[in-house]
Design a protein around this ligand. Structure first.
Ligand code: SAH
Length: 454
């Protein structure tokens, strides 16, 4: 039996999906964050449960060849990056094995060909979006990030995943808050105004969208904020207030009030122009998204005669990037602002064979089925929880030749692929794409083909 607070030596032999190293001490699994496979280390036990324990790295005795020095002061405290202590090559190997394990263990998809992971190469400054929580803690105003597994806000100066410009804009807003005594939202009492600072940029930071999430409808001295921001940062083309009066962990509320410029900013992706509003989903890694969509297009094998259904379409990015290779595209998405963007995006790119529907995917598939729509190819890109069974059932009823699944969670992807394989589809291939370097997140694209023998 392991004792809390005691130090034991172990070798790390595996890494969990949440990024903790795994060692074995006295036959018990011990999870140790910030370790790498091959580390021999002293571990201080911090918590002992029935069949496993948690430990803290006390001393590295022999470092693993997978190790590198972390280049971030807040690594380990911040909930963002998990893998800054590992070389990028070993990170890619780890992610490939996570996708592999999920497809083979959860999905039992032994016939599915797993292609080697693809990466864009940039493992810093790749994010185009940040949401900084704002809080008043015992040391005063804090704007930055949530500490791991908590809602304590820690000040961040500069995050290596984001454009440096974001830190400069946050510094300006910090000064504005202090100079104008803007009240800060307090989660426990559900009082105070400012909750989050949202920033999103187009590639190369040519256009930036700033959105302040507030527990109210008005921001005092808003005009002053606008004039300072746009004079210091002319790249800021859109400023919005997002109203979130709910007692919730969800960052954004449903309503956005534009106070400067348009509600959206415009970015170029896959050669097309996309308007993106703060409430619309947009891939956070621009170059990664181009890589990902490239794979999705390749897997879709379009010849120009197909009706394509793009389920969970966001601002229409995937559907519109394949429209020139298809007869028609139908996009379905639940967020109204995203659908509004998608329609404008079709128009501004001169795409006339795409239509968009604002609805819950499971309701939309029923309606489309009743209308007699017969998609030849269906592309799905659901949130982390994957597709509802009702959606999967409808996919099978539509009986398209090919289903391309894009997913940021390979566990639910494997589950959903397994369902389709039990219902007349064959999992042909899957491709992990590293859209989120230094974090545990990994994206994957998979191709399922209707099994003509079933
Ligand atoms: N394909 C897009 C968006 C993918 S993210 C892109 O690559 O940019 C998943 C999208 O699914 C989000 O836009 C989210 O708003 C949407 N969504 C979540 N639940 C949904 C549901 N039940 N029905 C339809 N869309 C949903």
């Amino acid at each position: 039996m392991l004792n809390k607070n005691e130090i034991y030596q172990t070798e790390i032999t595996d890494i969990t999906e949440d990024g903790s190293g795994v060692g074995r001490i006295d036959g018990m699994c011990v999870f140790v964050p910030k370790t790498a496979v091959g580390d021999i280390c002293d571990v201080r036990i911090v918590k002992v449960l029935k069949s496993y324990a948690y430990g803290k790295l006390e001393k590295l005795i022999t470092p693993s060849p997978d190790r590198c020095d972390s280049d971030c002061d807040v690594f380990g405290r911040c909930g963002g990056c998990t893998l800054r202590h590992m070389t990028y090559e070993s990170e890619l190997r780890l992610k490939e094995s996570i996708v592999h394990n999920n497809l083979f263990r959860i999905g039992k998809l032994t016939d599915c060909k797993l292609l080697p992971i693809d990466a864009t190469g940039a493992s810093t400054r790749y994010r185009n979006k940040a949401q900084f929580p704002v809080a008043m803690n015992k040391n005063g105003l804090a704007v930055g990030f949530y500490a791991k597994h908590s809602h304590d806000v820690i000040n961040t100066v500069d995050c290596a995943l984001q454009p440096t410009l974001f830190s400069d804009i946050v510094a300006l807003i910090r000064a504005f808050i202090t100079e104008n005594s803007i009240s800060i939202y307090d989660e426990s009492s559900h009082s105070g105004l400012l909750r989050h600072i949202f920033l999103r940029s187009s590639a190369n930071c040519e256009s930036i969208s700033l959105c302040l999430v507030i527990n109210g409808e008005k921001l005092p001295h808003c005009d002053k904020l606008i004039s300072t921001v746009i004079s210091d940062f002319p790249q800021v083309k859109s400023i919005c207030l997002n109203v979130n009066r709910e007692k919730t962990n969800v960052i954004m509320g449903k309503k956005c009030i534009t106070v400067h410029g348009d509600e959206y900013i415009t970015d170029t992706l896959c050669g097309l122009k996309f308007n993106i509003s703060p409430l619309s989903f947009y891939q956070v890694n621009h170059d990664g998204a181009e890589l990902l969509y490239g794979k999705a297009v390749e897997f879709a094998e379009l010849t120009g005669n197909e009706t394509v259904l793009d389920l969970y379409c966001g601002a229409g990015t995937i559907g519109l990037s394949v429209a020139h290779k298809a007869k028609s595209v139908i996009g379905v998405e639940i967020i109204p602002q995203a659908i509004e963007n998608a329609k404008q995006n079709a128009l501004q790119n001169g795409i006339t064979n795409a239509e968009f529907m604002c609805a819950d995917a499971s309701k939309a598939v029923t309606v489309l089925h009743q209308q007699g729509v017969k998609p030849d190819v269906i592309i799905v890109d659901p949130p982390r929880k994957g597709c509802d069974v009702s959606v999967l059932t409808a996919l099978v009823q539509f009986a398209p030749k090919r289903i391309v699944m894009v997913s940021c969670n390979s566990a639910t992807l494997a589950r959903d692929m397994a369902y389709l394989c039990e219902n007349g589809y064959k999992a042909v291939k899957a491709q992990p794409v590293d859209m989120f370097p230094r974090t545990m997140h990994v994206e994957a694209v998979a191709l399922l083909q209707r099994d003509i023998n079933s």
